[in-house]
Design a protein around this ligand. Structure first.
Ligand SMILES: [Fe+2]
Ligand SMILES: [Fe+2]
Length: 353
């Protein structure tokens, strides 16, 4: 691929790159996570079987089951832009949705790669720098695995969704080290973990299933890293400082939801994405509501664990209550969950290595 100007996107930031002369590993939770990260590395080239033949239509149908339903429900509505869609169009939507979802995962992974490289530079604790360095490697592997799957098995990809791009740019522009953590580790990755989980449960395509299991093993550690680090840092912040974080977290969550509207895909079908959103708001299909809520199943308990839910006057609790996702608050938080999600270690034990 030749690199023309529009394959490069630069984000300008002014921030402090921080050395620490305190090399003592004093944060037990992070030390344990770092040790786990070192032994649970895996290799895209050798741990996955790339000889598996993939039928995009079959996966499209399986995954489309849920995702396509969200949009198919719009076909009945008055003035709906997809009213004229027949079986052939919906079959194509299923395949394209699949490409669109996996493409956004790939772009999001690159965002994670850049954000964690940032954290290595800006976080003041040696334990966190060590751990973040392992995550940089994890994220490179994730970009690699999605890019390869799209290229070799699906044969097409989408450019980055504008909402996702806006979020990543905002996170990378912000000089405060904890904002990179909160935006990426808690919000973007928390939502990705939920979305990967849904996809992994539905698909029967063995290569996709295994790669998602492995990516999720890593992601669970990443979210745990965010939870463990920010829990400590946020205990020392004032109420106004915490309020800023609450508002930031909620704003990111709302924008992330929009990423799943698949603007770029509808444009490819010649359908006006705004007309899709409008109809979606009118119809409010149950499948859409359920999907939107499930995306918060990791974010809400993790925000609670950070103390962000109830900080100050409980501003974030009120917002999550209004959008109907507060019920997730007592679901397992990822600070505890990552050990049980280590599928890489499980496979190696089973193989006796
Ligand atoms: Fe990742
Ligand atoms: Fe990650």
């Amino acid at each position: 691929m030749t690199h023309t100007l529009d394959t490069i996107h630069a984000v300008r930031a002014e921030l402090d790159t921080v050395f620490t002369w305190d090399y003592e590993q004093s944060r037990a939770g992070l030390v344990k996570l770092y040790e786990k990260a070192k032994t649970s590395q895996w290799n895209v080239s050798t741990d996955l079987d790339w000889s598996i033949d993939v039928d995009p239509e079959k996966i499209g149908q399986e995954l489309g089951g849920g995702s396509t339903l969200r949009f198919q429900a719009l076909a009945e509505a008055e003035g709906s832009p997809v009213r004229h869609f027949g079986a052939a169009e919906w079959a194509r939507v299923s395949v394209e949705l699949q490409n669109s979802l996996l493409s956004q995962f790939m772009h999001g992974e690159q965002g994670a790669l850049l954000c964690t490289a940032r954290i290595v530079e800006t976080v003041p604790w040696i334990d966190a720098k060590y751990y973040a360095a392992t995550q940089v490697m994890d994220e490179a592997r994730h970009v690699e695995v999605f890019a390869r799957y799209l290229d070799e098995k699906l044969g097409t990809q989408y450019g980055i969704n504008e909402n996702l791009k806006g979020i990543l740019d905002d996170i990378l522009r912000d000089p405060r080290w904890d904002i990179a953590y909160l935006g990426m580790q808690i919000m973007v990755e928390g939502l990705a973990l939920a979305a990967f989980g849904l996809m992994q449960q539905i698909t029967t395509e063995p290569l996709l299933k295994k790669l998602l299991r492995y990516v999720m093993s890593d992601e669970a550690r990443h979210v745990a890293f965010g939870v463990l680090s920010l829990q400590e840092y946020y205990r020392g912040l004032s109420a106004p400082e915490l309020r800023e974080r609450q508002e930031f977290a909620f704003e990111v969550a709302r924008r992330l939801q929009r990423r799943f509207a698949h603007t770029e895909m509808w444009e490819r079908f010649g359908v006006d994405p705004d007309a899709i959103y409008r109809t979606m708001d009118e119809v409010q299909p149950p499948a859409q509501r359920m999907f939107q809520q499930l995306l918060f199943s990791k974010i809400v308990p993790n925000c609670k664990k950070l103390g962000l839910l109830d900080a100050g006057d409980g501003w974030l609790r009120q917002r999550f209550t209004e959008i109907g996702v507060i019920e997730f608050e007592d679901w397992v938080d990822t600070g505890e969950e990552y050990g049980s999600l280590d599928e890489v270690a499980r496979d190696r034990e089973a193989a006796g290595s």
